[in-house]
Write a protein that binds this ligand. Structure first.
Ligand code: NI
Length: 136
């Protein structure tokens, strides 16, 4: 029996969508307001879903106290109140779209979780725009 536990988290961050190898006009055309050279912010909402079997001893898929700490240490501390383009090394050469941020979050968490657990990450950039990634 596989069952999924979810943990919500939140961070505020600034970003700019931009390709250095494109001229300003092309960046503006593709990324619109999100290419503003002065950056802009989002209130990101994160849902981390971990799927596995219920441990017979604990009754848990995983201890949510551990998942909370993992998300805090690996995602919230490095991302919250940061300029993603400037201050987060993963986005130095990678456009910080919601898609790419979700993949980076998934990769950071995946390596910390036991291999028998499945991981899915949902990232809301706005209340209406969100992406999901499960490593496929
Ligand atoms: Ni944006």
């Amino acid at each position: 029996m596989r069952i999924t536990v979810n943990r919500k988290a939140h961070f505020n961050a600034a970003h700019r969508l931009h390709r250095k190898d494109w001229d300003d006009e092309t960046n503006e055309q593709v990324f619109g307001k999100c290419s503003n050279p002065n950056y802009h912010g989002h209130n990101y909402e994160l849902v981390v879903a971990v799927t596995g079997n219920i441990d017979e001893e604990t009754g848990f898929v995983m201890n949510l106290k551990d998942l909370k700490k993992l998300i805090y240490d690996k995602i919230e501390v490095p991302f919250d109140h940061k300029n993603l383009n400037v201050e987060v090394p993963e986005f130095k050469e990678l456009n910080p779209t919601a898609e790419n941020i979700a993949v980076v979050i998934w990769e950071k968490l995946r390596k910390e979780l036991a291999s028998h657990l499945d991981l899915e990450v949902t990232l809301f950039e706005t209340p209406r725009n969100f992406v999901t990634y499960k490593g496929e």
